[in-house]
Ligand binder design. Structure first.
Ligand code: PLP
Length: 362
């Protein structure tokens, strides 16, 4: 017996990776959003200081972590005050995305709505729970029988930001359908050119009523801590408490040293601002290289990616880039909506970001 899961999409990029690696200057890998800059001292020191961990950690997080999470949502995401029962940590946010339909008891007769251009794990999680998937960004199209709605803002792969009006409508439709609505906001700190990235839990959206609504955040990108697997969840108290019960039974617990690191990281905004400036500079270099090479860029107003097109099949664009020693992700990995786009990640060194321009103009 096994779950019939699709192949891992990135494995199909291997031949293009080989081609791009033949470039005399070496491979420039813009295909994954995996941070490359050092994890800041605020995280490493807190982790080291908490290395003694003989006892089982609390699934809900230490009291210090719960307080730090609630304070973070209020300070950075404008939620208004949250109680310690409205927040919890997760082991990175990918496991929450993948397991949430199962943990919520979604069944085969239920529909899970995902964005039209979507991070693949939303569909995988629905598939694991046996549910049907509908890809739709239009709340008026969300069907009866919908039990879970995924929003992703800023979006991966498009970098699109959902505004307060959209979030309000989505929340209202979700409540009429009796569905849980979850917003994955792991790129929320990376808004460009003054764009504001509201949370689904923003007070302007919820007016303090968080029923049926959950938001996810992750320190992977903002703190170069993808290796720590340190993320957080907030929202509807009853849902958070149900999820905690399931996670306690299953042993889905954030390790104690990581809880300490997460507590420290959430209280420090300075390292986040420093990292954001690094990405801002790289984004400008890579954006200019793409525009000068004739690409057009859509959305991309926030997040770690540029969503770019040469108005041809995305695999032709992947090949064009690979011939110049640059690996990008075909938009088709994210659904039909991406078939003429590529996703270009900004997680490379300044030197590599600069080299993209030379290679594309050569
Ligand atoms: C939209 C989205 N959600 C969730 C994740 C998972 O992040 P992590 O598990 O590192 O918190 C990613 C990672 O790239 C992502 O792009």
């Amino acid at each position: 017996m096994s779950l019939t899961l699709p192949d891992f999409p990135w494995d199909s990029l291997d031949s293009h990776r080989d081609r791009a690696s033949e470039h005399p200057g070496g491979l420039i890998d813009l295909s994954v959003g995996s941070p490359i800059d050092p994890t800041p001292a605020v995280a490493t020191e807190a982790l080291a200081n908490a290395a003694q961990a003989p006892s089982y950690p609390l699934t809900a997080g230490t009291p210090e972590l719960r307080a730090a999470m609630a304070a973070w949502w209020e300070r950075r995401r404008n939620t208004g005050p949250l109680s310690a029962r409205e927040v919890m940590p997760s082991i990175g946010s990918k496991e929450m995305v993948g397991l949430l339909p199962t943990l919520l008891g979604i069944r085969s007769t239920d529909v899970v709505v995902i964005p039209e251009a979507a991070y693949p794990t939303y569909a995988i999680g629905a598939h694991v729970a046996g549910a049907q998937v509908v890809a739709s960004d239009d709340p008026t199209e969300w069907p009866e029988g919908t039990k879970l709605i995924w929003l992703n803002s800023p979006g991966n792969p498009t970098g699109q930001v959902l505004d307060v009006a959209y979030l309000k409508e989505a929340l209202s439709v979700a409540r009429k359908l009796g569905a849980v609505i979850v917003s994955d906001e792991c790129y929320a700190e990376l808004g460009w050119e003054g764009v504001r990235v509201p949370s689904l839990l923003d007070h302007e959206v919820t007016q303090g009523n968080r029923s049926g609504a959950i938001a996810l955040y992750s320190t992977s990108k903002q703190s170069n801590a993808a290796g720590y697997r340190a993320a957080l969840v907030a929202g509807d108290e009853a849902l958070i408490q149900d999820l905690l019960l399931a996670r306690k039974h299953l042993g889905l617990i954030v390790p104690a040293p990581i809880q300490a690191a997460l507590t420290a990281v959430l209280a420090d905004d300075e390292h986040v601002a420093i990292q954001k400036e690094r990405y801002r500079a790289r984004r400008e270099l890579v954006r200019d290289a793409l525009l000068e090479a004739g690409f057009r860029i859509e959305h991309s107003e926030a997040g770690l990616y540029l969503w770019a097109s040469r108005d041809e099949d995305c695999w032709d664009t992947v090949k064009w880039c690979a011939e110049r020693g640059v690996l990008v992700t075909p938009g088709s990995f994210y659904g039909e909506a991406g078939s003429t786009f590529v996703r270009v990640a900004l997680t490379v060194s300044d030197q590599q970001a600069r080299a993209v321009r030379d290679r594309f103009s050569a």
